[in-house]
Write a protein that binds this ligand. Sequence first.
Ligand code: ATP
Ligand code: SF4
Ligand code: MG
Length: 324
Amino acid sequence: MTESSLLSVKELRVLHAGPYGEEALVHGVSFEVSPRQTVAIVGESGSGKSLSALAIMRLTGPGMRVTAETLRIGTVDVLSLRESELRDIRGERIAIVFQNPMSSLNPVLSVGHQLTQAIRAHERLDRRRARERAVELLALVEVPEPHRRFEQYPFELSGGTLQRVTIAMALSAQPDLLIADEPTTALDATLQAQIMELLKKRQGDLGMGLLLISHDLAVVAHAADEVVVMYGGRVVEHGDVRSVFHGPLHPYTRALLATVKEMSSDDDGELHPIPGLPPRLDRLPVGCPFAPRCPMAVERCRVEPPSLDAAREGHEVACHRWDE
Ligand SMILES: Nc1ncnc2c1ncn2[C@@H]1O[C@H](COP(=O)(O)OP(=O)(O)OP(=O)(O)O)[C@@H](O)[C@H]1O
Ligand code: SF4
Ligand SMILES: [Mg+2]
């Protein structure tokens, strides 16, 4: 673990009660995020990306248990915190933006009311000063006519403006680390690009770390420094974004990249969807979770799960056959 890590995650697990006792849904995820760094988590739907993000904030639902060898935000050991201490950490040290802005906003309260509440939860400001700060924040996230938006209710705003408002809420306590879980998937392409640009700009100004969860590999290639590829609740490949995207070592990463035109290394110009479906996290096969869909699978893959090992400097892969 490096001294300056904003977030250190080692062997993170999310467990829940299954029919035969406790079972893991997320199996030993490890990565770090440093100031100003963007780490992206990619993988198909149901691979455990959001569950891992929620576990980091200790926001997984009832019936789930989070364990880790290390789960530190700065120097704070997240797993040892009480609920009241967690509330202080959330917002001030680490904040999250979700795909659907309405999941973070209350439909019956005005934007301004919610923003000033968020600000005053972390800073002792009188009403007038909190209001000024809220309008400043709206301007910071490039909401047009911030004074007018302050008075409005969520239903009066467009999807793009709503997402800007939730980013303003997340930035209100100047967190060290922002988790953005599919922050742009609900928006059209132009707005997606604008919101990503906004996040990167604010990250630059504030020196935040960004943990970006995204389906969109083109966005990740553009925005991230490091990428974590998840499959079946595990990390299957992890490294510098250029190294992973230009020289993917895991058959799953190669398959994912082949689904994106700009990133496919195949010369035929065709897109290649990955055959089959990802496994349910509570119904994983015994060996490598990708074996049922992997064109390179051999008998060993069906019985022995591969461990995540360093293949090159700063590039890890979990596959028995990565070097073939
Ligand atoms: N209590 C639970 N019991 C069993 N499975 C669960 C439970 N909670 C979540 N899951 C499973 O975990 C998976 C959740 O994964 P998660 O939400 O992290 O996926 P994701 O990678 O974020 O996918 P998406 O891209 O669709 O957002 C779901 O497929 C769900 O089936
Ligand atoms: S371990 Fe085997 S099944 Fe899994 S990705 Fe590698 S070759 Fe494919
Ligand atoms: Mg998700």
